[in-house]
Design a protein around this ligand. Structure first.
Ligand SMILES: Cc1ncc(COP(=O)(O)O)c(C=O)c1O
Length: 397
């Protein structure tokens, strides 16, 4: 077997299962699961209908590059969303079956394990796929802390120069999971300088880009930042987007990768072997989803309502911040995060994810320690109810 499999860490949800094993939540209450970032608003009917209307496509093998209709719908969306003059659907867009597999695949395509001591930089806390992708590509992950003292900004300057020299790929996540931090233009400028200096490929995970709270202020994306900074051709830059959270279709497995055509050419070659072509009915449903914004505006309204309700309940009892974007509360806990999650589950039947499961110790700190991630994915009523229970729990400590 591939010995690198032994280097993979247990997935956070498995750790949570082990933590809660044998603990019985208060049976008089309905369990509210807020530990996983799985959107639970209903899938829009028109997306389901587009899928059903295209079921005939099951009779054909889809191409890895996707249909021209899908690539054009994605390119059109990108131009509107990031105010780009032009996106070539033939060379600058690759449909993927959810951003998860795509984020994993990029490391396999980009990392040259033959070069000495390859490094992949990951945010910390982070989405664990980055780490697994780095390890299975034969690289060593280097963790870039995102701390409250710095308003969760990625402090690129904390990474020593010799590490940057060995870095082949950096993952950034903006809006961040779990902090919700949105990278401003100045961060992008610094990151592009590092990429230019050391030849580092930037993988920008933007799967939460459409979950934000002010309709007039959509989070800055990597390609928009590159445009504003006058960069041409997006050298070494690829961004990852997804319909899962934007359109409430996590089960559809649909997203895209866009950016540097040279990287995408090789990435597409890798993917023809990887074998993740999107089925034709899913492609047709994706076209419908990317071409519509009304359902996304509606989706955001629900998240706004949930944050407003939850924060109003929690604020008098604890320190809690409104994130820049995404649907998580990254809550500071007055007791160790694992104990908080276990006792909250037992006493109040609410499950949340211990922050330390989402981070690694780096530079002497684990940025997830004494934090829990609360995903506001249930209905407005359930999120308000869970906030009441969390408050009662904190007040009982
Ligand atoms: C940060 C981040 N990136 C990527 C994904 C993957 O999303 P999907 O594969 O549904 O596009 C998730 C899912 O929760 C996530 O939290």
């Amino acid at each position: 077997m591939n010995p690198d499999l032994e280097r993979l860490q247990t997935y956070p949800f498995q750790k949570l299962n082990a933590l809660l094993d044998g603990v019985t939540p208060d049976p008089s209450r309905k369990l509210i699961p807020l530990y996983i970032g799985e959107p639970r608003h209903p899938t829009p009917e028109f997306i389901k209908q587009a899928l059903v209307n295209a079921l005939g496509g099951l009779a054909s093998y889809p191409l890895t590059i996707g249909t021209p209709e899908l690539r054009e719908a994605i390119a059109g969306w990108m131009k509107r969303r990031y105010r780009l003059d032009a996106v070539d659907p033939a060379t600058e867009v690759v449909p993927v079956t959810g951003s998860r597999e795509a984020l994993f695949a990029i490391a396999q395509a980009v990392v040259d394990a033959g070069r000495p001591d390859p490094v992949v930089v990951c945010p910390n806390p982070f989405y664990q796929i980055y780490e697994g992708a780095a390890l299975l590509a034969g690289a060593t992950p280097h963790y870039l802390n995102s701390l409250p003292a710095n308003r969760y900004a990625f402090d690129f300057d904390q990474i020593p120069e010799p590490v940057w020299r060995r870095t082949q790929l950096i993952y950034v996540c903006s809006p961040g999971n779990p902090t919700g931090y949105v990278m401003p233009l100045a961060d992008w400028k610094r990151l592009f300088e590092l990429s230019d200096r050391h030849g580092i490929v930037i993988a920008s995970d933007e799967c939460y880009s459409e979950i934000y709270f002010d309709e007039g202020r959509a989070p800055l994306g990597a390609l928009d930042a590159a445009r504003q900074l006058g960069r041409k051709g997006n050298p070494r830059l690829v961004m990852f987007s997804s319909l899962s959270k934007r359109s409430n279709v996590p089960g559809m497995r649909s997203g895209f990768v866009a950016g540097d055509p040279e990287i995408l050419k090789k990435y597409l070659l890798y993917r023809t072997y990887h074998g993740c072509a999107m089925s034709l009915p899913v492609q047709a449903a994706s076209v419908a989803a990317w071409n519509d914004e009304a359902h996304v505006v509606d989706n955001r309204r629900l998240y706004r309502e949930k944050f407003a309700a939850a924060l109003e309940i929690l604020r008098p009892a604890m320190e809690v911040e409104m994130p820049d974007a995404a649907f998580y509360i990254w809550l500071k806990t007055p007791i160790p995060d694992t104990e908080f999650a276990r006792r909250l589950y037992q006493q109040q039947a609410v499950s949340v994810l211990p922050g330390s499961y989402l981070a690694r110790e780096s530079g002497g700190v684990n940025p997830g320690t004494n934090r829990v991630r609360i995903a506001l994915v249930s209905s407005v009523e359930e999120c308000a109810e869970s906030a009441r229970r969390i408050r009662a729990f904190v007040e009982s400590l």
